[in-house]
Every structure is written in structure tokens, then in C-alpha cells.
Design a protein around this ligand. Structure first.
Ligand SMILES: N[C@@H](CCC(=O)N[C@@H](CS)C(=O)NCC(=O)O)C(=O)O
Length: 218
């Protein structure tokens, strides 16, 4: 008998169904590995209440519950999913470690400057330093994109077959889709396109979009 997996997602996602919230990467990993899951939708208010804080100490989504296990941090959740079912990590131990290195690279090297720029746009727009700071933030992102682009080259994926490293990297890069910052490295939009063309991605995207559509109609 399999234990039900329950994840949390925004009741009303600020990205309006664009699939940029971090439940998307968990949904995608579950779809890639063929696992059914339930979703508990949480409001911004509920995320800061004790019941949710017991699962996610920072009051955020996503979380993951499976039997007695409760996890937070999307990277840790994707790793858990990838480790337990085939499809997202290579069997060879060295290749597996390299794929995990790409997971960390996505979340701790590439994502931070992207999120920093986003946060500055939300929080600092209108401040007198904002216009001066923006090119600095964008230059940091460009540096990472250029480095990543060089490493990827003409390869379809970062290290051999599609892995959890690619899954996370594609979700991270998608945050830049409407920024123009990807224009200088055309192999990266092509890489994103390969990721989002995967049937598992499409199922995950449709599922999160359905939440937004339902909330809009309600
Ligand atoms: N490092 C965390 C970040 C989680 C995160 O930032 N979640 C966002 C949604 S994508 C959130 O819940 N934001 C609401 C808030 O922080 O109040 C992870 O990867 O799970």
C-alpha cells in the first residue's frame, strides 16, 4: 500500500497561474516519477499560523507530508522524491552526485540573484536607490547565465540524461522568462523549452493553473 503524499500550495498564487511558485517544482518531480499526490491550499494568513509553521518554520510553501514524514524546502522535497523512485537521478553513484550538485547549483548559485532582483522590484521600487541598484543586480544574473550557458553548450541537459538538477534549473530560469535577461544566451531559452515540453511538466503546470482558474471563478 502506498502512503498518500500531500503538498501545500498557494490558495491564490501571486503569479496568477504562471507556474512560478515553488510548489511547481514539487508537482513536476512527482509527475516525473509517476506519483499521485494531494494538494492542500493555504492562504497567506494561514501560512503564518502555528499549524503551518509546524510544517514550514518560515511560513512558506511548499511543504510535503508522507506518512510520518513532514518536509519543507523545495530542494529537499525534490531530492526526497528523486531518491525514492527512478526517473530523476542516475543509478551510477558518481553521476548521481553530479546531478545533486546541479540541484544545489540551481538553488544556491543561480536562484539567489534572480530572487534578489525580484524582491528588489517588489520592495524597493520607488526608493531613490532602486534605479542605481537594478543594473548591479542584473549584472550578477547575467554573469551566472553566461557561465551556465557556456557549461550547457549544445547539450540537451546539464549532465547526461534529464535529472532533478535540470528540473530545478529549468524552474529557476523560468523566473526570468519575461525579463529579457535570457536573450544573450539563446541555448538557455531552448533548454527551458525542452524542460517545459516534457509531459510531466505539462501535467504539473495544468494542475497548478487549475487552482488559479478555480479561485478566479469562485
Ligand atoms: N527556499 C524555500 C523558499 C520557499 C518560498 O519562498 N516560498 C514562497 C512561494 S514560491 C512563499 O511561500 N512565499 C510567501 C512568503 O514567504 O510569505 C523553498 O525552496 O521551498
Amino acid at each position: 500500500m502506498t502512503t498518500t503524499i500531500t503538498i501545500t500550495a498557494f490558495e491564490s498564487s501571486p503569479d496568477r497561474g504562471r507556474g512560478l511558485a515553488r510548489d511547481m517544482r514539487v508537482r513536476w518531480a512527482l509527475e516525473e516519477t509517476g506519483q499521485p499526490y494531494d494538494v492542500r491550499l493555504v492562504s497567506f494568513e494561514a501560512m503564518k499560523k502555528p499549524a503551518h509553521l509546524a510544517l514550514q518554520p518560515f511560513g512558506q510553501i511548499p511543504t510535503y507530508e508522507e506518512g510520518d514524514l513532514a518536509l519543507f524546502e523545495s530542494g529537499a522535497i525534490v531530492l526526497r522524491i528523486a531518491e525514492r523512485r527512478p526517473g530523476l537521478l542516475p543509478a551510477d553513484a558518481d553521476a548521481r552526485s553530479r546531478a545533486i550538485a546541479w540541484m544545489f547549483a540551481a538553488l544556491s548559485t543561480v536562484e539567489p540573484p534572480i530572487v534578489e532582483r525580484e524582491m528588489a522590484t517588489y520592495v524597493e521600487r520607488g526608493k531613490d536607490w532602486f534605479e542605481a541598484r537594478r543594473p548591479i543586480l542584473e549584472e550578477r544574473i547575467r554573469t551566472r547565465l553566461d557561465q551556465l550557458s557556456r557549461r550547457l553548450g549544445d547539450a540537451p541537459w546539464l549532465d547526461g540524461d534529464f535529472s532533478a538538477g535540470d528540473l530545478l534549473m529549468v524552474t529557476v530560469l523560468r523566473r526570468l522568462e519575461s525579463s529579457g535577461l535570457l536573450d544573450a544566451t539563446p541555448n538557455l531559452p531552448a533548454y527551458i523549452a525542452r524542460g517545459v515540453a516534457r509531459p510531466a511538466y505539462k501535467r504539473a503546470f495544468a494542475a497548478q493553473l487549475a487552482v488559479f482558474e478555480a479561485a478566479r471563478k469562485a
